[in-house]
Write a protein that binds this ligand. Structure first.
Ligand code: BG6
Length: 517
């Protein structure tokens, strides 16, 4: 298909950016630091901030986990920064940064361990000038969240000012999954809110750190021409796809209790939905943005079981290589009922969206990795060129605006153009904006922005208690219905395909087809 490329303004044109400043001196304390996330994402992200001069000069990282890793932790993190962060091993800032990475071994339910941690952090304050400011990061398995929160409270590490222990800031980032269903999310919120004020809590969803996700708001609200057609008068339907070609990557025990709906739809996909569907907030302040997102989730009508699809992959081939089925993965039950694919049709009942279906699909071991939102516009009211289907043309097709979240990040607008020649033939063409072409490749992984925002105390890109509960309120009835109604034909799609036939049937019953990706 012919493509017209859109490139960024020349380098001489200054980009509009917020003034660069650095947060207060602080210690980032990562619980569960022996896990993959710390090495692959968090430390590389912190180091990228250091390279860009965005970290405070007085800064330290403390990894906390059960195993005695005192000797190996810092070198291991260095290796992660190099391999996962695309950093040269002789980068000038690397060794001084790694010298500020420390480790503390303790059991998360051992009160004495918190005493020792508190003493260690105070010593680091003296040594590195971190002034008592703490950013705790809960990257453990979720069953430890409650204990850690409770002990931080009991040891006066959550609100030190309340026990005359200094007046500096303390914040806590909590990784997903935040709860397992509505009830457990509420219970966790209650426990966390007993110890920390809501303004200290940063519930993270790494999708919100992705440039392309933030760009949805820029695209909609920093441009004058799109918002006018962003509604039920012009839009026929919206599709959101979060497709992964990878399987469960050795996370059998976790995934068995999660499944696609809990793992990806309740959080990442619901965040995408809110950004696409929200009204313009009155400002980009946390409260204003979160308020508009919650309105979207609350306007979603209860999702009927007939509008849901579950899938589970069987053996197949991905990228030309054989792939085992989900039930053959390590530490997965041989008759597991866990869904590795979920599709939903939902409606947002408000003035902007009434009558516009939103189709969502997310799954593992699909044909390729692609996260995309596509806006499918209505056909023009008068089909002036309805016979224009000559050789080489497709005739009149609806305009489609696709926002590629990853990979190959960018935005494409598909429209019809006259094929040169003596007959009236119409073909679809693309106007294409590519992030990499316009701005160059970036090694950032999304955690940079979120860590920096948390250090500044800016919660705009983090979930609020009400938001988490609103999305669980949508998903929980589906999970309950599914639990009561086991599927007999699992596995129902082969690894490396686009999911179960029932997902196509969901679209077909509305006279539509999933967009080919
Ligand atoms: C995580 C899920 O939250 O998101 C994983 O637990 C999933 O199962 C991952 O693979 C997808 O994130 P990304 O950034 O690779 O799209």
């Amino acid at each position: 298909m012919p493509t017209t490329e859109i490139t960024a303004a020349p380098a001489s044109a200054p980009a509009t950016s917020q003034a660069e400043r650095t947060p207060d001196p602080c210690i980032v304390v990562i619980f569960g630091a022996s896990g993959d996330l710390t090495k692959r994402k968090l430390l590389p992200a912190l180091y990228h901030l250091e390279q860009s001069g965005l970290l405070p000069k007085d800064f330290a990282v403390v990894g906390v986990a059960r195993r005695p890793l005192e000797k190996t932790f810092a070198p291991d993190m260095k290796e992660g920064i190099i391999s996962g962060g695309g950093v040269e091993s002789d980068d000038a800032k690397l060794d001084p940064f790694v010298n500020r990475v420390q480790y503390h071994a303790m059991n998360f339910d051992d009160a004495a361990g918190y005493d020792a941690l508190k003493t260690m952090l105070a010593e680091i304050d003296t040594k590195f000038g971190t002034q008592g400011n703490r950013l705790f990061y809960l990257a453990t398995a979720p069953e430890y969240f409650s204990d850690i929160i409770k002990y931080l409270g009991e040891h006066c590490m959550a609100k030190p000012a309340d026990c005359g222990d200094g007046g500096n800031w303390v914040r806590v980032i909590i990784e997903k999954p935040f709860g397992h269903d509505l009830e457990s999310a509420k219970a966790l919120n209650n426990e966390v809110n007993k110890v920390f004020g809501e303004d200290q809590i940063f519930r993270i969803d790494h999708y919100l750190g992705k440039e392309t996700v933030q760009n949805i708001l820029v695209f909609r609200f920093a441009n004058g021409i799109f918002e006018n057609v962003w509604n039920r008068n012009y839009i026929d339907h919206v599709e959101i796809t979060a497709a992964e070609s990878i399987g469960i990557e050795g996370r059998g025990p976790f995934y068995e209790t999660a499944g696609a709906l809990r793992d990806v739809v309740q959080n990442h996909v619901m965040e995408l939905l809110s950004f696409v569907a929200m009204e313009p907030p009155v400002s980009f302040a946390a409260d204003a943005v979160r308020a508009e997102k919650i309105k979207v989730w609350k306007a979603v009508q209860p999702i009927h079981p007939a509008d849901t699809v579950r899938g589970q992959y069987g053996p197949g081939a991905v990228d030309g290589k054989p792939a085992v089925g989900y039930r053959q993965e390590e530490r997965v039950h041989p008759r597991s009922q866990t869904e590795t694919y979920a599709a939903l049709r939902l409606e947002i009942e408000n003035w902007r969206w009434a009558g516009v279906p939103f189709y969502i699909r997310a799954g593992k071991r699909l044909a390729r990795r692609v996260t995309e939102i596509s806006i499918h516009f209505k056909l023009p009211p008068l089909l002036l060129f309805k016979d224009a289907q000559g050789k080489g043309g497709e005739g009149i097709r609806p305009n489609v605006l696709s926002m590629r979240i990853q990979p190959d990040e960018g935005i494409t607008l598909q429209f019809g153009a006259k094929v040169p020649g003596p007959t009236m033939t119409i073909s679809k063409v693309n106007m294409d904006f590519s992030y990499a072409q316009a701005f160059g490749q970036s090694s950032a992984n999304g955690y940079e922005r979120l860590l920096l925002d948390a250090m500044f105390g800016d919660a705009t890109l983090f979930a609020h208690r009400d938001g988490v509960e609103a999305t669980w309120a949508l998903m929980t009835p589906i999970l309950e219905t599914w639990a009561k109604d086991p599927i007999r034909d699992f596995p129902n799609y082969a690894a490396g395909t686009w999911g179960p036939a029932t997902a196509d049937a969901l679209m077909k019953s509305d006279g539509r087809k999933w967009r080919k990706l």
